[in-house]
Design a protein around this ligand. Structure first.
Ligand code: SF4
Length: 294
């Protein structure tokens, strides 16, 4: 096998997928591991702290894959504890990368996210495998927010039949949908909501934005602007058939983004239609003040 096939092709593929910085980081870690291993073999008396380690964060699993040694184990399963990993990392001053899985389903360890948060606070590159049977929207978001660097999908079999025969206990369709959850979490709530709006799914966009505003205040101002505008659109679909609902949505919109003059205007028009002129005037005045014209 030529050098191009062994090293350059995987690196070129990685570069196209994860960008230059990540590719260089992994290439450096791989190379440095190889050098350290060669030095260790040549000079066994030299104690070299490893740069990369692999440690299962649990030996529990919800599947019984036919090819996996874990399916035939008789030992009691156990979870890695946050305190244990902290003690371990403290003794490895050169550690730069950790793979948190070998066997076992990582998300079964209740301390998994605490462990990842701790490892990230030490600046480590984190890789993991996952069978994706337990990936929820929430766990996918946590994985993205915490910055897990590399995640392999354990998927043996391109068809439901083959896959489920090998991965006993898993549901192919659910796993594929769960992979989609991680991809979606990676895209972020703003992009997702915009996609839903482009498809005309206004209600779904509203729910996505509400969850995002509650859980992830990073993009709060931008989220609120889009949320208000989306509520305004949703109110528009109720204006003829359910004026009270349209009014409720518009009130939420102006609370979410007090600078949304169009939402104030729509609210004013809703009051005007129901002959609540005082409230209409107040809404119009707010727009005027917001626009600096009164
Ligand atoms: S999901 Fe992974 S750890 Fe669990 S049984 Fe299958 S191969 Fe083994």
């Amino acid at each position: 096998m030529g050098i191009a096939t062994r090293y350059l092709e995987p690196l070129t593929h990685k570069f196209s997928q994860v960008g230059l910085r990540n590719t260089l980081r992994v290439a450096y870690l791989d190379l440095s591991d190889k050098v350290r291993s060669a030095i260790g073999k040549r000079f066994p008396s030299m104690a070299l702290s490893p740069r990369s380690i692999q440690i299962e964060c649990t030996t529990r699993c919800n599947l019984k894959c036919t090819f996996c040694e874990l399916s035939y184990w008789t030992e009691r399963p156990a979870d890695l504890k946050h305190e244990s990993i902290r003690a371990m990392v403290d003794r490895l001053p050169k550690l730069r990368r950790i793979d948190l899985t070998g066997i076992g389903e990582a998300l079964m360890n209740r301390e998994f996210f605490d462990i990842v948060a701790f490892l990230k606070s030490r600046g480590l590159y984190i890789a993991m495998n996952d069978n994706f049977t337990m990936m929820t929207d929430r766990s996918a978001r946590r994985i993205v927010e915490l910055g897990v660097d590399q995640i392999y999908v354990s998927l043996d079999g391109a068809t439901k039949g083959t896959y489920e025969q090998l991965r006993v206990g898993a549901n192919f369709d659910k796993v594929i949908a769960n992979v989609g959850r991680l991809v979606a979490a990676k895209r972020g709530p703003l992009e997702l909501a915009e996609e839903e709006l482009a498809r005309g799914n206004v209600g779904r966009a509203v729910r996505l934005l509400e969850d995002a505003i509650e859980e992830s205040p990073v993009d709060l101002p931008r989220l609120r602007v889009l949320y208000a505008e989306t509520l305004r659109r949703q109110a528009g679909s109720f204006s003829d058939k359910d004026a009270a609902q349209a009014e409720r949505l518009l009130i939420k919109a102006v609370k979410a983004d007090p600078k949304n003059a169009a939402a104030y205007f729509d609210l004013g028009m809703t009051y005007t239609k129901s002959k609540r002129y005082a409230e209409a005037i107040s809404a119009f005045e707010k727009i005027g003040k917001e626009l600096g014209i009164i």
